[in-house]
Design a protein around this ligand. Structure first.
Ligand SMILES: *Cc1c(COP(=O)(O)O)cnc(C)c1O
Length: 371
């Protein structure tokens, strides 16, 4: 650990670059890199830059505010935003050349209202194919596509794409959604629209359902080197996890057998033992649900968290291992280096690796490296 650093998330932008390059090759598709939620906790701007360096053609985020943050950092690549506040005014988005994912007649009109013949607003039509979230409903395809075609004809919008999102429930369910997408595409064409981009696959389907690739895939978790599958690791997919979460051992204490540890004494030492204190807690995104279970690597050995994870700290019972103040404690990183995976923490907390990296809190400085 660097001197004076209590905790940090080390972000390897070289890993993101590698992952994007690898995924573009494996899927033989154009990659839209999804950098919402601060790049899944890795930093939106650095993740976007790394993804573009790795060959991503375009970027995507959930809301316009996230897209504007990329523009403010000087990122000029195409950026799509698809989740909007009720009654959103798209003037600022239009001025920043943000592509708008639109899911309703209201949103198509709001996008058009922000455009002009001199500067048409680029939209991508999002269609509902079974996920039950946003997206134009099949019953509204006719009306919304007709309006979009008229507004495109009038020169105030440009319809760049047609897209949807899959549930990953099963290959059969995703194929059903794909066939609904084909229906949506036919309806769009019947209305006179010819959107050059079509995309439906996120990481899961991009890797597992080749017919969902459509020449363009929207990849989030996989570009950060994490597997979207329960039964396949990052290494199985040729991916390198980009985030390492680590802390310095803040204190050590030699205690007798029977010592209770942390709130509720959920852990008691079985014999005389050394307790190592790690100054990171649930306020930093270390899930309290992983109390007594989350794995921590110290000095080449992996130990479970002892007892409750508190807001700011937790304890590891290292037995007789020679652990000293200042030693590095790695919660997760690239398991190819012998440390736990984010997925191990997800398993310990009964959640998914997406949530583990995304919830790393603002008190954890991110330090960028390139390997
Ligand atoms: C988050 C998101 C993605 C990326 O999903 P991953 O599973 O992380 O690849 C793609 N599309 C939409 C609509 C999303 O909300």
């Amino acid at each position: 650990m660097p001197e004076g650093v209590a905790r940090e998330a080390v972000i390897d932008v070289g890993a993101i670059e590698h992952n994007v390059r690898h995924l573009a090759r494996v899927t033989a598709s154009e990659v839209i890199a999804v950098v919402k939620a601060d790049g899944y906790g890795h930093g939106a701007v650095r993740s976007a830059r790394a993804a573009l360096a790795g060959g991503a053609a375009r970027l995507a985020v959930a809301d316009v505010g996230e897209a504007l943050e990329l523009r403010a950092a000087g990122i000029d690549a195409p950026v799509l935003a698809w989740l909007h506040a009720p009654g959103a005014d798209f003037a600022e988005a239009a001025a920043a050349r943000i592509e708008l994912g639109v899911s309703s007649l209201e949103q198509v009109r709001a996008a058009a209202a922000a455009g002009s013949r001199e500067r048409p607003v680029t939209v991508q039509l999002k269609v509902e194919t079974g996920l039950g979230r946003n997206g134009i409903a099949p019953a509204d395809y006719g009306a919304v596509f007709a309006e979009a075609a008229a507004l495109e004809e009038a020169g105030v919008i440009r319809v760049l794409g047609l897209f949807s999102h899959l549930s990953n429930t099963s290959a059969a369910d995703d194929r059903t959604a794909l066939s609904r997408f084909t229906v949506a595409q036919a309806a769009a064409e019947a209305a006179g629209l010819r959107p050059p981009l079509r995309h439906i696959a996120a990481s899961h389907a991009a890797l597992d359902l080749p017919e969902a690739r459509l020449g363009c895939v929207r990849l989030g978790v996989a570009i950060y080197g994490l597997s979207p599958f329960a039964d396949r690791s990052s290494a199985d997919l040729g991916l390198r996890p980009a985030m390492t979460l680590r802390a310095a051992v803040a204190a050590v204490r030699r205690v007798p057998a029977g010592q209770g540890v942390s709130y509720g004494y959920l852990h008691r030492t079985a014999s005389e033992s050394t307790l190592a204190l790690i100054s990171m807690g649930y306020a930093d995104g270390v899930p309290r649900a992983a109390s007594g279970a989350g794995p921590v690597s110290i000095g080449g050995r992996t130990f479970p968290v002892a007892g409750r994870i508190a807001m700011d700290q937790f304890v590891v019972d290292v037995g007789d291992a020679p652990v000293a103040v200042g030693d590095e404690a790695v919660l997760f990183g690239d398991p190819a280096t012998g440390v736990p995976a984010a997925t191990d923490w997800a398993d310990a907390a009964d959640t998914i690796n997406y949530e583990i990296v995304t919830r790393i809190g603002p008190r954890v400085p991110r330090r960028e490296v390139r390997s």
